[in-house]
Design a protein around this ligand. Structure first.
Ligand code: GUN
Length: 292
């Protein structure tokens, strides 16, 4: 079993991004600029956004955080998005999800100029990704592809099962793994909450990507000997072991699944760190106008 080390790979990629950001500053007199909008104060979202901002600073990007109370109206949020779309100083921006129920997340996603949509959630980016055209790829799936690439894992001809069909991870992940590229070139199945017997599929998977958001969901009996296991889960579970009173757990029961696997990502220290690097890569590409 080999650990897919998100810390090592993300640090390496961040060094490369920082060097490119320094060159960009020399050439243009400005830094790549990412803005995040955070609505409300969901604990997990607060942590993710703070980490995104901190990492921008680390690689020499300009960053900005716009915070709103959860009572903000949809119209107010759409106005701010329009302002950011027009602001030439801003290369890319994201609206952290989830949003309060009274705001239509689909409307918000589609209001973002696809050329600044460094989350890759806009239907234009999603459609272009499916056709293998230049686009912004959603950060978590992109990070997983970068990790597979970094370890030189040939996925061609393999059977890949993705657990979960979210717009953010499961759905784009399945598209990427089926595309005519390596990593990719897989036969892909998505299983989800309405799949009658998930294990029937996962047991056959050469590559298993767990993005279901349930701690310890994938157990040893669900996994094929020698499989590659990618754990996207970041589940906060209560724990007496830590000072904060909770700890992070993946969707995979690591201790029993790891010995059966050929490669596996740990939680924390795996996919989560790659997600942030991918967002930085998309922002740099937006600043350099490499995509659009
Ligand atoms: N919520 C969970 N993951 C993400 C992400 O990658 N981007 C945004 N905007 N919200 C999220």
């Amino acid at each position: 079993m080999q650990l897919l080390d998100g810390k090592f790979v993300s640090e390496k990629l961040k060094n490369d991004i920082a060097a490119q950001a320094a060159d960009f500053l020399k050439e243009t007199g400005r830094k790549p600029h990412l803005v995040a909008i955070l609505v409300g104060n969901d604990g997990a979202s607060e942590t993710y956004v703070a980490s995104k901002m901190k990492n921008c600073e680390k690689v020499g990007f300009q960053s900005g955080l716009i915070r709103y109370d959860s009572s903000i109206t949809e119209a107010e949020l759409l106005n701010k998005i329009e302002e950011l779309n027009k602001n030439p100083q801003v290369d890319g921006f994201i609206v952290q999800l989830p949003l309060p129920k009274h705001i239509d997340a689909e409307k918000v996603t589609e209001a973002i100029d696809y050329r600044k949509d460094v989350d890759g959630f806009h239907p234009i980016n999603l459609g272009r990704m499916q056709r293998n055209l230049p686009c912004f790829i959603p950060a978590t799936p992109y990070g997983i592809m970068l990790m597979l690439e970094e370890y030189g894992i040939d996925t061609t001809g393999k059977y890949c099962v993705v657990i979960g069909r979210s717009n953010i991870v499961g759905s784009p992940m399945s598209i990427l793994m089926a595309r005519n590229n390596n990593p990719g070139n897989c036969t892909v199945t998505i299983v989800h909450s309405k799949t009658p017997d998930i294990k029937e599929y996962t047991r056959k998977a050469d590559i298993l990507i767990a993005a279901i958001g349930k701690a310890d969901f994938v157990t040893a009996d669900m996994v094929k000997e020698g499989a590659i296991i990618i754990d996207v889960g970041i589940n906060r579970v209560e724990s007496a072991e830590t000072k904060s009173g909770f700890k992070l757990k993946g969707d995979v029961k690591f201790d029993e699944v790891a010995p059966k696997s050929s490669y596996i990502t740990p939680v924390p220290g795996g996919v989560g760190l790659m997600t942030i690097v991918s967002l930085l890569k998309n922002t740099l590409a937006a600043a350099k106008r490499e995509v659009y």
